[in-house]
Design a binder for this molecule. Structure first.
Ligand code: UD1
Ligand code: MG
Length: 461
């Protein structure tokens, strides 16, 4: 089979999104619409991928600049889909098959494209079509007496009878480039919209005796485009349900597949359970037997086997992945920030915030604490309300806490510090100097009682 050159049309304005952002940059499942299509092009093994930009070209191109396998071609002004393809021709080789995709049709599946390419067979014009009871707005497929495809007529150019046709053109076609080139040269704009229609190549193929083949699918979501925020939200739900089904097929137990949002890559080992209303972003991996409670947000994190994340926990590894070992217990209502690196069996409880800190095996901070810029030894126990004062107003400082330290409730550890192994900090202490191992350190006002002390009384006027 010939090499495949993918052309992704992404120059349109997307007026109905009513947004200053180019349409193809709106996100579905955490990724730009256009990015979904680019990934699909890679999956089918495209020799090259060409993105046609126009409206918001600079913005679109800047999001693509790190993807060196892509080429962009500008279409200014935008005179129609045929005109868009004319701009791409100079970078396409005649020995290939051109596969036309739309930057705003994100859920087209690789197997549908493979079937289309198979049908094209390096010699025919192959169209991806859809049978739908609501064809309104789309180009209709006209077939001859033997059922052969003879043309596509745009809705605005169609007769009333043609508008009744329920087979529509998806906007996706596969065509040998050597045939496409002369056809594109023959386009004209004598139509209702005064545009150069790519769809007119179908009529040219028929006239030239080139067979036009159609791969007709029934899953509308595969070819649904995004034109409005309502359509974007509807397609988002479809996408999320597809991902949920994939996870369940892998054995993941979801409390409710309709209440899961994965905006990135979620990789799960066996026996993972996820309760309702959880959001996963970026790259998240969950080890064997991990259980995630309801209403958790987990961004860029790696969670070890047997760990439980209880409800309402917010984990954000943003630019520095959060790591949690085996058999840990996090939450409810915990917050893990970038650089939190928690060992096996660590417990982080309610209203505890951890940032840029390494906690060794078995360390526990169960209530109301802030742990920032720390190295915490094994089995350290944090009392309720212990705070790292790690910021002096200009710089952040680091503190090291040795193994088996117990820190009394409501203490403040003023960094930089070293708290010696096995030491105990009395509750309510403000620790500003290093402490010796195995010592009890108390740094607070001594308790004083004045017997029979009289409270002040209100003066009479
Ligand atoms: C097009 C098809 C129609 C099909 C429908 C499927 C034509 C003439 N019609 O219609 O048969 O049913 O798609 O969704 O092709 N674009 C450019 N430059 C342009 C115009 C469009 O890059 O000058 C891009 C758009 O950004 C979009 C795609 O091409 O990604 C389709 O354009 P759109 O305006 O949505 O075409 P339709 O009129 O919907
Ligand atoms: Mg459209």
């Amino acid at each position: 089979m010939s090499k495949i050159d993918v052309v992704i049309m992404a120059a349109g304005k997307g007026t109905r999104m009513q947004s200053s952002m180019p349409k193809v940059l709106h996100r579905l499942g955490g990724r730009a619409l256009l990015q979904h299509v680019i990934v699909t092009a890679q999956l089918i093994g495209a020799r090259q991928t060409v993105v046609i930009t126009g409206h918001g070209a600079e913005q679109v191109e800047s999001t693509l600049s790190h993807q060196t396998h892509l080429q962009t071609v500008r279409q200014i002004p935008q005179l129609g889909t045929g005109h868009a393809m004319q701009q791409a021709l100079p970078v396409l080789e005649d020995d290939g098959v051109t596969l036309v995709l739309s930057g705003d049709v994100p859920l087209i599946q690789p197997d549908s494209l493979q079937a289309l390419l198979h049908l094209c067979d390096s010699k025919y014009l192959a169209l991806l079509t859809l049978k739908t009871p609501s064809p309104s707005g789309y180009g209709r497929i006209l077939r001859g007496s033997a059922g052969e495809v003879v043309a596509i007529v745009e809705e605005k150019d169609a007769t009333d009878a043609q508008r009744q046709i329920e087979e529509i053109y998806s906007g996706i076609m596969a065509v040998p480039t050597r045939l496409l080139r002369p056809w594109l040269a023959r386009l004209n704009n004598r139509n209702a919209q005064g545009e150069l229609y790519l769809t007119d190549v179908v009529g040219f193929a028929t006239a030239d005796g080139c067979e036009v083949r159609a791969h007709c699918i029934t899953q509308a979501w595969q070819v649904e485009g995004v034109n409005t925020p309502v359509q974007l939200a509807a397609l988002e739900r479809t996408f999320q349900l597809l991902q949920a089904q994939t996870l369940m097929r892998q054995g993941v137990r979801l409390a409710d597949p309709a209440r899961l949002d994965v905006r990135g890559d979620l990789v799960c080992d066996t026996d993972v359970e996820i309760d309702v209303n959880c959001v996963f972003e970026g790259r998240v991996s969950l080890g064997e037997g991990v259980r995630i409670g309801p209403n958790c947000v987990i961004i860029n994190a790696e969670i070890g086997a047997g760990t439980q994340v209880l409800g309402f926990t917010y984990i954000n590894g943003e630019d520095k992945k959060v790591r949690i070992g085996h058999g840990a217990r996090i939450g409810p209502f915990a917050r893990l920030r970038p650089g939190a690196d928690l060992g096996d069996e660590v417990h982080i409880g309610n209203f505890v915030e951890v940032k840029n800190s390494t906690l060794a095996k078995g360390a526990k901070a169960n209530h109301l604490a802030y742990l920032g810029d720390l190295t915490v030894g094994e089995r350290v126990n944090y009392g309720a309300g212990v705070i790292s004062a790690n910021y002096d107003g200009a710089n952040k400082h680091h503190t090291t806490i040795g193994p088996d330290v117990h820190i009394g409730s409501n203490s403040v550890l003023v960094s930089p510090l070293t708290v010696g192994a096995g030491g105990t900090i009395g509750a309510g202490s403000v620790i500003t100097k290093d402490t010796a191992p195995d010592a009890l350190t108390v740094a607070r006002g001594k308790q004083l009682s004045i017997p029979g002390w009289q409270r002040p009384v209100k003066k009479s006027k």
